[in-house]
Write a protein that binds this ligand. Structure first.
Ligand code: GAR
Length: 187
């Protein structure tokens, strides 16, 4: 029986696509669904083509996230660019089984309101010599759960937010899915 994972997204879903493709023929880990807090027709089409259930959650409350996850017998929840705060009731149902990706080297540039472009703008403003990604467990405090993996990259001098974002997206593409595999099955 494979380990079953579900992906929660709010944005375009580039991380979710990468994860679905990576685990497509994997016998140990199976992506059983994508729950999107916003309508996303392209992602719905991608899921249909890859035989993964897609749920448009734009009009749904968090109780529905829990009931769908339970109905699908999910073992692990992956936040792949998910911008809603996960409520305590959900976290306690999947304690230490929720993984988030954050596009900076936590604890730098994390916390409420720090997502996507906002993070890269803060990194540019601070003239950080490095940025990177953090893959961490989710607890009740924004971006404060145990860090599982971090990957850093040196930034060009005076890099702007767009330049930083494209470097970070490359790191996400390279590392997120293999890190999930490493944490879940130790390979
Ligand atoms: C990713 O860069 C992810 O690291 C970030 O949102 C983006 C989603 O892109 N997550 C956060 O900022 C969480 N605080 P995607 O929808 O194309 O995968």
């Amino acid at each position: 029986m494979p380990i079953q994972i579900i992906l929660f997204i709010s944005g375009g879903g580039s991380n979710a696509r990468q994860i679905i493709s990576y685990f497509q023929d994997n016998e140990a880990i199976k992506v059983v669904g994508v729950l999107s807090s916003k309508s996303n027709h392209d992602m719905a089409d991608f899921c249909a083509a890859h035989h993964v259930s897609f749920f448009d959650m734009s009009t749904k409350d968090f109780g529905q996230y829990l009931s769908i996850s339970q109905q699908l017998n999910v073992d692990w929840v992956i936040l792949a660019g998910f911008l809603k705060k996960v409520p305590a009731a959900f976290i306690s149902s999947y304690a230490n089984r929720i993984i988030n990706i954050h596009p900076s080297l936590l604890p730098k540039h994390g916390g409420a309101g720090m997502y996507g472009k906002h993070v890269h703008q803060a990194v540019a403003l601070a003239k950080e010599p490095y940025s990177g990604i953090s893959i961490h467990l989710v607890n009740e405090e924004f971006d404060q759960g145990k860090i599982l993996f971090q990957h850093a990259i040196r930034l060009p001098l005076n890099a702007n937010a767009d330049e930083i974002e494209s470097l970070i997206r490359e790191l996400e593409k390279t590392h997120f899915a293999p890190d999930i595999a490493a944490h879940l099955i130790g390979t």
